[in-house]
Design a protein around this ligand. Structure first.
Ligand code: GLU
Length: 292
C-alpha cells in the first residue's frame, strides 16, 4: 500500500506594482501569508504587471523589500505576468474559437455616450451597451484594415449559456471561506459584468483573464484578496469553467478604511509602507494596524 501525502494548500499575494504598497496591501499580503502558515500551506507572490506602462521595475523591487520587511517569505521563482502574454493570448484564442469573444472597436467615450445612465457594472463603470456585439464580418475586416484597434469582449449571454451546458445545468457558484473557517457556497453572478473586456486594446490580456489563467498555472487552491474584488469572482468562475480550469476557494478579506470610512487606495495618496518605515514605524506596528 502506498501512502500519499495530501497536497499542500497554495495561497498567493498578487499585487499590481503601479504604485508603492500601502497598508491595504500589507493587510492583503499578511492575510494570505498567515492563512498559509496556519494551514502549513505554500505561499506565492505573483507580480501582476500587465500594465507595462504603469508598472515600473523599481516598484517591483520595492514590493519585495516591503514584504521582506513585514516578515513575509515566499517561494521562488516569482511569476511576472508581463512575461506571459503568449499564455493569455492562447487562452483568449480558445474562447474566441468557440465564438465567445468578439472584437469591440468602440472608444471609452463612445461606450459612455451609448450607455444607459445609472446602469453600471460592479466596479461602477457604465455597463457596455452591446455597441459592437453584432458587427458584420465585412465591417470587422474593414475596420482592422483601416488600422482601428480593438478589445475582445465576452459575449456574456452566450458564455453563460455555454458554461451552464458544461456544468450540466448546475448553477455557477463559488465557495467563500469565512475568517472562522466556515464555508459558504454563493452564486457567481458573472452577468453583472455584461460583455466585459477579456483582452484589452493596449495589452493582449486583462486582469480577469490573467488572474484565472495564472491561479490555475500556479495551482493556487486558496485565493485571498480584498472585498473590492468580491464581485469579480463571479466573472472569474465563469472564465474558469469555460477554460476548463480548477476552482479555487476564495476568502475576500475586509478592507482598511481611512478616518472617513473610505477604502484606502494608492490614488488617494495613502501612506506607503516604505514611507511609514522612513518615519520610524516598525513592521510590528504595521502588523498590528492590520490586525495581526
Ligand atoms: N492585482 C490585483 C490588485 O493588486 C489583485 C489580484 C487578486 O488578488 O486577484 O488589486
Amino acid at each position: 500500500m502506498t501512502f500519499r501525502m495530501p497536497p499542500r494548500a497554495v495561497y498567493r499575494f498578487a499585487p499590481s506594482p503601479n504604485g508603492p504598497l500601502h497598508l491595504g496591501h500589507a493587510l492583503s499580503a499578511l492575510t494570505g501569508f498567515e492563512m498559509a502558515r496556519r494551514a502549513n500551506g505554500r505561499f506565492l507572490v505573483r507580480i501582476e504587471d500587465i500594465d507595462v506602462v504603469r508598472c515600473r521595475p523599481e516598484l517591483v523591487a520595492q514590493v519585495f523589500d516591503d514584504l521582506s520587511w513585514l516578515g513575509i517569505g515566499w517561494e521562488q521563482p516569482v511569476m511576472h505576468q508581463s512575461q506571459r502574454f503568449d499564455v493569455y493570448a492562447a487562452a483568449a484564442a480558445k474562447l474566441r474559437a468557440e465564438g465567445l469573444l468578439y472584437p469591440c472597436f468602440a472608444t471609452r467615450a463612445e461606450v459612455h455616450a451609448a450607455a444607459v445612465p445609472g446602469v453600471t457594472d460592479p466596479d461602477g463603470a457604465p455597463l457596455y451597451p452591446g455597441l459592437h456585439r453584432h458587427l458584420s464580418h465585412d465591417d470587422i475586416e474593414a475596420r482592422i484594415a483601416a488600422g482601428q484597434s480593438f478589445a475582445l469582449r465576452i459575449d456574456m449571454q452566450r458564455a453563460v449559456a455555454r458554461a451552464l451546458e458544461m456544468l450540466n445545468g448546475a448553477p455557477l457558484t463559488f465557495t467563500e471561506l469565512g475568517e472562522d473557517g466556515t464555508h459558504e457556497v454563493l452564486p457567481a453572478n458573472a452577468e453583472a459584468w455584461g460583455d466585459a473586456v477579456i483582452v484589452r486594446k493596449d495589452v493582449p490580456a486583462s486582469y480577469h483573464l490573467a488572474v484565472v489563467v495564472d491561479d490555475a498555472a500556479q495551482e493556487v487552491t486558496h485565493v485571498t484578496r480584498g472585498r473590492d474584488l468580491f464581485h469579480a469572482t463571479g466573472l472569474h468562475r465563469l472564465l474558469q469553467v469555460l477554460l476548463g480550469l480548477p476552482e479555487p476557494l476564495y476568502h475576500h478579506h475586509r478592507l482598511l478604511t481611512d478616518g472617513e470610512g473610505r477604502k484606502l487606495a494608492k490614488s488617494a495618496g495613502d501612506i506607503g509602507l516604505a514611507a511609514l518605515r522612513t518615519q520610524g514605524v516598525t513592521a510590528a506596528e504595521v502588523r498590528r494596524m492590520c490586525g495581526f
